[in-house]
Ligand binder design. Structure first.
Ligand SMILES: [Zn+2]
Length: 342
């Protein structure tokens, strides 16, 4: 048994604990509580700072990592998409893989323990398998021409059936955004509902163009909207109406989107972006959405909290010994989260 000790522990499902320990055994949390009452075990004193559940990045495109910095001069969303389409095939496969591997390392290094990854090629599943991450990979189907839809689906199912994956990785079929069907439908989330796609397994990434009726529909269907504030800003598509989505009871999670639109895959940077855009969002809510919110959205019940039975997959930031408000420190811009795994 490993016993981690930290200046603060944020369990997420209960208030922060000062000078606390988390005991982990065989990859699972066995105990969490005050350091003075901790069970015996192999001590790992992390020092002053904050230990919290590992972050869950609910929307990313790891296979686009080789495009980092390449589309930065794009003038708006449509121009960005056009550049993406013309540029993504330019690099040799070994470059694409090397950049994808570096992106996975960046996720691990910055405290992320699970990722919702959108892929067209499924060419990097072995890299995910070799990592410490849990992944739910959305095998994205584009080209929903009704005439070929059956063939596309059959081929996709055959591909999925041929995969031999560990239980840390699951792959699901996903439809691309409504805008790949017709530009006129870009703002019409209603359209997705009419296709019968809106259900609790749906992750609506970005969720920028939603009105009150859309919010109510998303909530009723139990769909999750993944907030990607830095990407939205970079592509100049506006900001998701977080208070309205919340008020309507829509499930929310946070994602970075890809390195084709953001400068890093550090999910905490998106939390800080939300904090700056909506200062009234409670710090507890932001922490929960970046951890448990993503875990629920991706179907990882063992992640997103520090409690007995949860997975021992944490994030830790060092902090000053005098730290008295761990949540304020996390949102100060000085916190640097890194992954801690047994
Ligand atoms: Zn995306």
């Amino acid at each position: 048994m490993i016993v981690y000790r930290a200046g603060w522990v944020l369990p997420v499902d209960r208030p922060p604990l000062r000078d606390a320990c988390v005991a982990a055994d065989d990859g699972r949390v066995a105990w969490v509580g005050p350091a003075a009452e901790a069970p015996a075990g192999e001590a790992r004193d992390l020092g002053p700072g904050v230990l919290m559940p590992g972050l869950v990045n609910a929307h990313c495109h790891l296979e686009l990592s080789h495009l980092a910095g390449r589309l930065a001069a794009a003038a708006g969303f449509v121009d960005w998409v056009e550049r993406l389409v013309t540029t993504r095939g330019e690099d040799p496969m070994d470059t694409v893989r090397a950049r994808t591997a570096a992106a996975i390392e960046e996720l691990e290094r910055t405290g992320t323990v699970a990722v919702g990854d959108v892929s067209n090629a499924l060419a990097h599943l072995d890299l995910l398998e070799d990592s410490s991450l849990r992944a739910r990979v959305f095998f994205e189907l584009i080209g929903w021409d009704p005439a070929v839809a059956d063939r596309v689906l059959d081929a996709a199912h055959a591909r999925l059936g041929s995969l031999n994956l560990p239980d840390t990785i699951t792959v699901a079929l996903a439809a691309h955004a409504p805008h790949s069907v017709s530009p006129a439908l870009l703002t019409a989330l209603e359209f997705v509902h009419r296709l019968g796609l809106l259900h609790s397994g749906l992750l609506a990434a970005h969720g920028v163009q939603v009105d009150e009726a859309d919010c109510a529909l998303l909530a009723a269907r139990g769909a999750t909207v993944v907030l990607c504030p830095r990407s939205n800003r970079a592509l100049d598509v506006g900001l998701a109406p977080v208070p309205e989505l919340r008020a309507a009871g829509v499930r929310l999670a946070i994602g970075t989107d890809s390195l084709a639109s953001v400068p890093s895959l550090d999910l905490w940077e998106d939390v800080l972006a939300l904090h700056r855009a909506f200062p009234s969002l409670e710090p507890e809510w932001l922490v929960r959405t970046a951890t448990r919110g993503g875990a629920e959205a991706l179907g990882f019940p063992g992640l997103g909290q520090i409690a007995a039975g949860a997975e021992a997959a944490f994030a830790f930031t060092e902090g000053p010994p005098s730290l008295s408000d761990p949540l304020a420190f996390l949102l100060s811009g000085e916190a640097r989260l890194r992954g801690v795994r047994e």
